[in-house]
Design a protein around this ligand. Structure first.
Ligand code: ASP
Length: 583
């Protein structure tokens, strides 16, 4: 028997018990005739003590044990003299009478502690060691708990968890597919699913009514930001439902998760904001509404006063950073550099200091009287002491830049508290977005998303004005989920494919099976998918989804531990009838 208890379990009430513990050695130290070992497992740390005088042989053995050795011990639970209030087991220690080394360890390449000295590269290379750190374990355990709560909630609502295949044909989520060559069918390839989208729709046609799956999806995208080539979705679909049914069900699931995992109650319904309004007021379709600082259109007031930059602009907008009128020249110059960075791409920034004494000082004083500027301050509900920041240019572009600036200023003002959560729904997305270069329309969500019924008449005349019956769940500026009411008849699906530039033949080749299925009685259906990794990261207070995945890849999509992707041998290539052409 290796253990009677784990390393996080024993308390003062266990004093005098004979116990066995097993775990990893966090550290060994000698102090005043005693030798101490901190023994660790995923449940906690327990202090072991060896008396150098009364049991010299055992103490010597203990002193030779290095970090990360795996040992098992027998001993007696004893009350500690110097208690450690920071440890749940800090009132006791184990006086050891038997010690076995189960596994030796080389000196680990970084310290296995929350505040480790190891950089990300080395921690990913030795991920199994990184996984031993309590801070990492916390995220992995939280992930389990969330998955469990999701399964409970959805199963109780009558959803069935059904697996869908990984070796499939391309799914249209707008990214590049990962492909797998087929040995049996020469020259042919499977694609890995970007999502189970078509399968969940086919399950609805198959009569399964309510489906969910916590599953891997694969997208071969450039590794911008915090992306992983494989990630996990909570994928859901329901039959005989309208948008309202989906939003209600999954708002309830979201509240259930907040309650059971974070002990946070949301009494009110989540706000719902249209896509257009989100762009207009927050410059983003995933607004962070933990704070206000809305964007305001000051075009009417700013144009026509002889300032060419604004006069020539399609749009002039501003945000008000509360209390920052004291910004120095240097701070303002730095902020101007910040908006000009390629990631933001603005041409410039106009500022107005609304001084505490009620006067204004702006970078455009030459063109605007204090009365003119007062008008802007009124539109923005600015108060003395605030800093108004103005940008101009093409409408959508400028709004996006103002949206970025809004987040930056909120960071500086500490308005983005990680312990505060502000969920909302974004609804009424455009059905299409246009490729500015080619003019081709693309599905903003995916090709199976239904236009809003009242907009169907516009499909032929003004497709860009058509709104989709699509929705996103956004929390704290993160898109946590997205879905839509689906098209469920062949004719409408054909119209959609036509707008997306598919010829009938192409549509037939790629999605013939779905169009065919629609011919045999398709129920109205709708669904949603949540980015599970992102959601766990958010609840864990992590900035990166890598923190909550057991075996993540690095920023370049490589698994540094197993060294993948890697070459395959000649024979494998031969079997697959593949040849590598090196440029
Ligand atoms: N398949 C979609 C996605 O991965 C979600 C959905 O429409 O249900 O974004």
């Amino acid at each position: 028997m290796y253990r009677t208890h784990n390393c996080g379990e024993l308390r003062i009430s266990d004093v005098n018990k004979k116990v066995k513990l097993s775990g990893w050695v966090q550290k060994t130290r000698k102090l005043g005739g005693m030798t101490f070992i901190d023994l660790r497992d995923r449940y906690g740390i327990t202090q072991l003590v060896f008396n150098d005088e009364t049991d010299a042989e055992l103490s010597e053995k203990a002193q030779k044990i290095g970090r990360e050795f795996v040992i098992s011990i027998s001993g007696t639970v004893t009350e500690r003299e110097a208690k450690n209030k920071d440890l749940p087991t800090g009132d006791i220690e184990i006086t050891v009478n038997e010690l076995n080394i189960l596994s030796k360890s080389e000196v680990p390449p970084f310290t296995i502690e929350n505040e480790t000295d190891g950089g990300e590269e080395i921690r990913l290379k030795y991920r199994y060691l990184d996984l031993r750190r309590p801070a990492v374990q916390k995220g992995i355990i939280l992930r389990h708990k969330m998955a469990q709560e999701i399964r409970n909630f959805l199963s109780n609502k009558g959803f069935l968890e059904i697996e869908t295949p990984f070796l499939i044909k391309s799914t249209p989520e707008g990214a590049r597919d990962f492909v797998v060559p087929s040995r049996m069918s020469e020259g042919k390839f499977y694609a890995l699913p970007q999502s189970p989208q078509v399968f969940k729709q086919l399950l609805m046609i198959g009569g399964y009514d309510k489906y969910f799956q916590i599953t891997k999806c694969f997208r071969d995208e450039d590794f911008r930001a915090d992306r992983q080539p494989e990630f996990t979705q909570i994928d859901c679909e329901m039959s005989f439902v309208e948008r309202e049914d989906v939003l209600t069900t999954f708002e309830e699931m979201t509240k259930h998760l907040f309650k059971t995992v974070k002990n946070i109650d949301f009494a009110d319904a989540f706000p719902r904001i249209s896509y257009d309004k989100a762009i207009e007021e927050y410059g983003s379709d995933k607004p962070d509404i933990r704070f206000e600082m809305k964007i305001h259109d000051i075009s009417n007031s700013a144009k026509g006063k002889g300032f060419k930059v604004f006069d020539d602009a399609e749009y002039v907008g501003a945000v008000c950073a509360e209390g920052l009128a004291g910004y120095s020249r240097k701070q303002l110059d730095k902020l101007i550099d910040w908006v000009k960075r390629p990631q933001i791409g603005a041409k410039g920034l106009v500022y107005v200091k609304y001084n505490k004494d009620g006067s204004f000082k702006s970078s455009v004083d030459k063109f605007y009287s204090p009365e003119d500027i007062k008008e802007w301050a009124n539109i923005l509900s600015a108060k003395p002491g605030d800093l108004i920041l103005v940008m101009s240019g093409k409408r959508k572009e400028t709004l996006t830049q103002l949206g970025e600036l809004r987040l930056e200023m909120a960071d500086r003002l500490n308005l983005r508290d990680k312990n505060k959560f502000a969920p909302l729904w974004i609804v009424d997305f455009p059905l299409f977005e246009k490729d500015e270069e080619t003019g081709q329309l693309h599905a903003m969500h995916h090709p199976f998303t239904s236009p809003k019924q009242e907009d169907v008449v516009l499909l032929d005349t003004d497709p860009e004005a058509v709104k989709a019956d699509a929705y996103d769940l956004v929390i704290n500026g993160n898109e946590i989920g997205g879905g839509s009411v689906r098209i469920y008849n062949t004719e409408m699906q054909k119209v959609m494919f036509k707008h997306l530039g598919f010829t009938e033949k192409e549509a037939e080749e790629q999605f013939g099976f779905l169009m065919n299925a629609f011919k045999y009685g398709a129920p109205p259906h709708a669904g949603i998918a949540f980015g599970f990794d992102r959601w766990v990261a958010l609840f864990n207070g992590s900035d990166s989804i890598r923190d909550v995945m057991a075996f993540p890849k690095n920023n370049a999509g490589r698994d540094l531990m197993i060294d993948a992707p890697s070459e395959i041998d000649e024979q494998q290539l031969k079997d697959l009838r593949l040849k590598i052409v090196r440029e």
